[in-house]
Design a protein around this ligand. Sequence first.
Ligand code: FAD
Length: 553
Amino acid sequence: MSFVLPSKLAAPAATWERDVDVVVLGSGASGLAAALTMRPERSVLVVTKDMLAAGSTAWAQGGLAAVLDPTDSIEDHVRDTLAAGAGLCDEDAVRTLAREAPNAIRRLIELGAMFDPDESGDMALTMEGGHSHRRIVHAGGDQSGAEVQRTLDAAALGAGVEILEHTFALDLVLGHDAVGRRRAAGVRVARLDEHGTITSVGVISARAVILATGGYGQVFASTSNPPAVTGDGLALAVRAGLPARDVEFVQFHPSVLWIGPDARGQQALVSEAVRGEGAILYDGLGRRVMEGVHPLEDLAPRDVVAAAISRRMAEAPGGIGDHVFLDATHLGAEFYERFPSITDSCRAAGIDPAVDRIPVAPAAHYVCGGVPADLDGVTELPGLYAIGEVACTGVHGANRLASNSVTEGVVAGMRVGEALVAELPSAVDLPDDAGAAVDAALRNPAQRVELRSVMSSQVGVLRSPDGLAGAVRQLEALAATASVGVTGSRAAWEATNMLTVAAAVASSALARTESRGCHRRDDHPEPRAAWRTHLQVRLTLDGALALTGIPHV
Ligand SMILES: Cc1cc2nc3c(=O)[nH]c(=O)nc-3n(C[C@H](O)[C@H](O)[C@H](O)COP(=O)(O)OP(=O)(O)OC[C@H]3O[C@@H](n4cnc5c(N)ncnc54)[C@H](O)[C@@H]3O)c2cc1C
């Protein structure tokens, strides 16, 4: 068997058209930073499938990494990022990020972001796993992303960015330029009511389409990501013929709040910053988890901590096989002030973090792979740009350094915005059938339960060849299941996109016979020199997936 995946999402014919200079898909940090930067020079329409703040940005706790302390240096930020990326970072992209990160923070402050001050009134900088200096800017204690989202929402609206909420990006509309090259000409979208049912379908033509749709954490049963993060933009790009690169590198956060064996979907994060403030991990017998595992112990890189917890859980110490404990009681009541959101989540679960050890477990958190693009968002398809978590720019390589991603989204958003103010791609006509009804098999939303379960159990923190092969077979069977009577809706489109993404992730993880960064295989526990390679997955004309290795340069 092999996969049979759709090349378009089914939807009725379009009943309306719009024409703008630039359409931005997604309203997180990256999309809004781009949209805002292009005003007033360009007409900009942001299309977002839910409310403005439904993506991951609003949930970011720890903060944004940038070199702001005189004893820190760009070179050190570069070195830490490259070390986390385990041999697959693009050093130029990392250097650009590190160099431009301080400006991005300053720009957010100009726009009204209120980052936390330290006792002397300077910006407070905290430490996180893998960083050699205190360089994480935060807001409201652990509400850093909410502050960035609030700032960008207000600034984008104030700058005259037009926003269509509850509008789902279905597929790119492709055209041809004067010399016959394929290029993005716009996007087919569906407006939704509050239940995710279609109210109308439309076509937006644009000189540039910016993909800023975030990652795909929701493809896993246990994740820190909010419900909107279902990999739609990556699936859309794959259907348009672009590759998905490095998608096997899924970062599992070591610590989401464990609230019981049946918890599913988004779970509250217990930020790395808690360990940055000295909290320690213990197993069910009260033994330290990270002692002797890594020189940085509880502040080791995320993949190391997540793998150590997963291994310890597999031993079921004290009969506990699905969580460990984080002890932050040394902070006492200071915890409430420093981590107000985590305090609320703990209290809702009946835990007082100033007194009790917090039960935690790893969960899918951040995806390093995506649509290949540079830090200006440029992809292989003229007219299509990808920024933020949906993009694979080489900044994160095989593993992301904590707190580099919101910074990356803002930096890339500003860069693509500036580039499109300087020059827009040439206009192309929409093809005659741009708004025609599309008839294609959609997945039944009920299949999401099995899909997520197989992804978490077989394509999670610790991967085995048999488990991965079984996952691919199970996903192929899901793709082959008849989907009688399933019509277009947010839930059906998301389920269809999730299957395309899950298929790409599981196939890539099966092919990569080594352990590197956040990809860990029990049959090959070490990195292999021959695998200093990127994996790219493309959709073939018959709906299968083709994998290619691209040597790292
Ligand atoms: C709990 C949590 C904590 C985190 N903490 C940190 C941290 O401290 N520091 C850090 O750097 N990173 C952190 N991250 C990661 C970081 O938040 C994300 O990588 C980053 O915010 C992604 O920004 P983005 O703009 O790419 O996407 P998002 O913010 O995820 O936005 C994606 C947007 O696309 C929209 N969208 C999706 N599909 C469609 C569609 N089909 N049509 C239209 N719109 C669509 C969504 O609704 C949303 O508006 C955290 C993530 C989580 C979940």
